[in-house]
Design a protein. Structure first.
Lengths: 347, 347
C-alpha cells in the first residue's frame, strides 16, 4: 500500500512509498483512509525540524489528522464495517504517568507519550491503517469528509474546556467577549466553539483577502486586521504562536482574563520588554495564561458534538483544497487562499 | 487620636498626625488598634509612587495589615467588646461588578473597588478605627499579636486556593513539589501553607544570613540560594516580583506546572528574551501562570485556620521587629534582618 513517509530530522525527505500493510499490533480495527488533514506540525516534520521515527525505524509514516472507514472490526469492539472513524493522536507510555493513567495523555507529566504521525509511532497518512478501538472515535456518517476536521477541533475543544475549568477559580466568572488570534483552521474552529458557547467572538489576522474574512463574518464573528481599539477580551485563544501577538494578547486581556496559548511558535526571535511591568499588571488584574496541547478522548467527543452542531456548508468552506493522493506534493505547498488543505485518499 | 497619614503621590509626606475619631459611617464596630503590619505596598505609598486619598481629602490614613480589639459593637453584629479582629482591606463599589457582587472583590472586573489604607479609603494606621461587621474577621484570642499576620496570610491563602481550583482543569493533578521564590513574610507564609498541604516545599532567596534560612528549615522546607539544580516544581508561588526570577520560574516549572505570581514588581527594567521559545514550551507542556492579588472573606477565614494550626513560636519569629507607635519612623526603615516589621499600638 502507499504511504507518505519522511525521515525525521532530514529536510524534504518526504515521499510516497510502498510500505507493508499495517501489523495487527497497531490495533483491532482495520481502517481504509478517506482523507488526511495537513497542518503546521506536518510541515515542520517535512522541513526536518520536528518528529521522531518509531524505535528501530528510519522513516515515519506522516499524518495525524485522520479520517477513515472501518474495513474490519472484531465483534464487541463497538465498531463495525463502514463506520466513519478518526484516530486519536497520542498514546500513553506502557508505564504511564499519573495523567496518562487517568486517560489524560494530553496532560502527560513525563513526556513519554507517543503520537501517531509525529512521535515514535506511524501516522495515518497511508491507504490503510489500524486503530485500537479505545483510540478510535466514531463519527456521525452525515459529516462525511468534514470528519477530517475532528482532530484540529479536538485541540480547541480542549482549549475551551480548560478555559471553562480554569474560570471556576472564581464563582462569578461569566466571560462575554473572546478574541481569537489567527484565522487559520485552528483559529476558525476556536471561533466556532466560542460562538456555540454564546460569546461575542472577535478574530484577529493579518490578511484582508482570501476566504478568511468572510468565513469569520459568516460565523457571526467580527474580523479585525491590525488595530483592535479598546477591545478587552475575557478570553483569548492565541493561535499564531507569534511572540508579539502573544504579548499583545496578554496586555489586552480584561481583568480576570484567561489567555490560552494554542499556537506552537518556532522560537529564535528575541523580544525586549518590561517583564516586571507585565508581571505587575498580571498580579493586579488576576490575569492568567496557559499553554494547551493535544486532546484526550473527552475532547474528541466534545469536538464531534461541536462539528455535528455546526453549519455544514461553513465547515466545508474550511477545506479550501482537496488534493488527490497521486498529487500529494501539492498538499504541502502553501497558497495564499489556503485554510485547511486535505489529502484525498478516495479521489 | 493619632494616625499615620500620607499625601499620596508626594514622596515622604508621611507623618503621625492628630485626626478626628473615625465617623460612624466607617462601620458599626469601633476598634482599638493593637498592631499594624508594614509591607512593600506601604513603602511604595510612602515613597509617593502608589496610593490614593479618599475623595475630597488630601491625605490618606495609611495601613492595611490590621489587628485590633473591639471596643463597641451593636447587638446582633456577631461581635462583642474585647474580640480580637482584623479588617478586610478591599471594599466593592456601591454599584458592584459581577465579581464584587458575588463577594469576590479580590477578582474585581472594573477596578472600581476601594482599599483601606491604599485606595480612596482611610486605613487602619490609627489608634481607633471603625469596621463594618461584614468586613471584620474574628480571631482566636490565643493568637494575640500574631493576628497581625492575617492579612498577608490571606493573600497566600488566595494564591493556594486558586492553585488548587485551577489544578482541577486536570483530573489527575497531584502536586508534590512547590517552589516559593522570595523568603519575605509573604513567601514564608506561602511556604507554611504549602507544608500544611503536605507538599515538599523549597524556598529560593538571595540572603544567606539573618533569620530567613533558619525560619525556612524550621518549617521543614529546603532553603536555596542561587542554583536550584534540576528542581522541577509542580507549583511555584513567585513572591519577589523580579523579572528574571519570574522568567526562571516559568522555565523551571514541571509539565502541567502552575506558577502563581504574587509579587508586585516595580517595572522599569526591560529584559530581552525569546518569547516564541517560552510560548512553545508553555504550549507543549500545558504550563500555566496567573497573577493573584488581594483576598476575599473566604481567604481570610482560610488564613485564620492556617495561622491557628501553625506553630506559634515560628509565627512569632516572623515578626522580627515591634516598633512602638511613638517611634513609628523606625518601622519604615529597611534593616537586613527584617522579616515582618510591626507597629505596636499597645506599647
Amino acid at each position: 500500500m502507499r504511504a507518505l513517509t519522511v525521515e525525521p530530522g532530514r529536510p524534504h525527505s518526504i515521499d510516497l512509498e510502498d510500505v507493508p500493510h499495517p501489523p495487527a499490533s497497531d490495533g483491532n480495527l482495520l481502517v481504509r483512509a478517506l482523507a488526511l488533514g495537513i497542518c503546521g506540525t506536518d510541515r515542520e516534520i517535512v522541513a526536518g525540524s520536528y518528529g521522531w521515527a518509531p524505535s528501530g525505524a528510519r522513516r515515519l509514516i506522516l499524518g495525524h489528522e485522520s479520517l477513515g472507514q472501518v474495513e474490519a472490526a472484531p465483534e464487541g469492539s463497538g465498531f463495525r464495517r463502514g463506520d466513519l472513524v478518526v484516530g486519536i493522536v497520542r498514546r500513553p507510555d506502557p508505564v504511564p504517568c499519573a495523567a496518562c493513567a487517568a486517560g489524560e495523555w494530553d496532560m502527560c507529566r513525563n513526556g513519554r507519550y507517543t503520537e501517531r504521525g509525529i512521535k515514535q509511532r506511524h501516522g495515518y497518512g497511508a491507504e490503510q491503517f489500524r486503530l485500537e478501538s479505545d483510540f478510535a472515535v466514531k463519527l456521525d456518517p452525515r459529516l462525511g469528509i468534514l470528519g477530517v476536521l475532528l482532530e484540529p477541533t479536538s485541540v480547541v475543544a480542549k482549549a475551551w474546556d480548560h478555559v471553562e475549568r480554569i474560570g471556576k477559580r472564581s464563582a462569578s466568572w461569566q466571560p462575554r467577549v473572546a478574541l481569537i488570534t489567527g484565522a487559520g483552521p485552528v483559529g476558525l474552529l476556536a471561533a466556532l466553539i466560542g460562538k456555540q458557547r454564546g460569546l461575542d467572538v472577535h478574530i484577529l489576522d493579518r490578511v484582508t483577502g482570501g476566504p478568511k474574512p468572510q468565513l469569520a463574518r459568516d460565523l457571526g464573528a467580527v474580523y479585525h486586521v491590525g488595530d483592535l481599539g479598546a477591545l478587552a477580551p475575557d478570553v483569548v485563544i492565541e493561535c499564531t504562536g507569534a511572540g508579539n501577538v502573544v504579548l499583545d494578547a496578554l496586555r489586552r486581556a480584561a481583568p480576570q482574563g484567561i489567555v490560552c496559548l494554542a499556537g506552537v511558535s518556532s522560537g529564535g526571535h528575541k523580544l525586549s520588554f518590561d517583564v516586571g511591568d507585565l508581571n505587575r499588571t498580571m498580579v493586579l488584574e488576576n490575569s492568567l495564561v496557559f499553554g494547551s496541547v493535544n486532546a484526550n478522548r473527552r475532547h474528541y467527543v466534545a469536538a464531534a458534538e461541536a462539528l455535528a452542531k455546526a453549519d455544514k456548508d461553513w465547515l466545508a468552506r474550511l477545506i479550501s483544497r482537496r488534493v488527490p493522493l497521486a498529487r500529494w506534493r501539492e498538499a504541502f505547498e502553501v497558497r495564499s487562499d489556503d485554510v485547511k488543505v486535505v489529502l484525498d485518499f478516495a479521489a
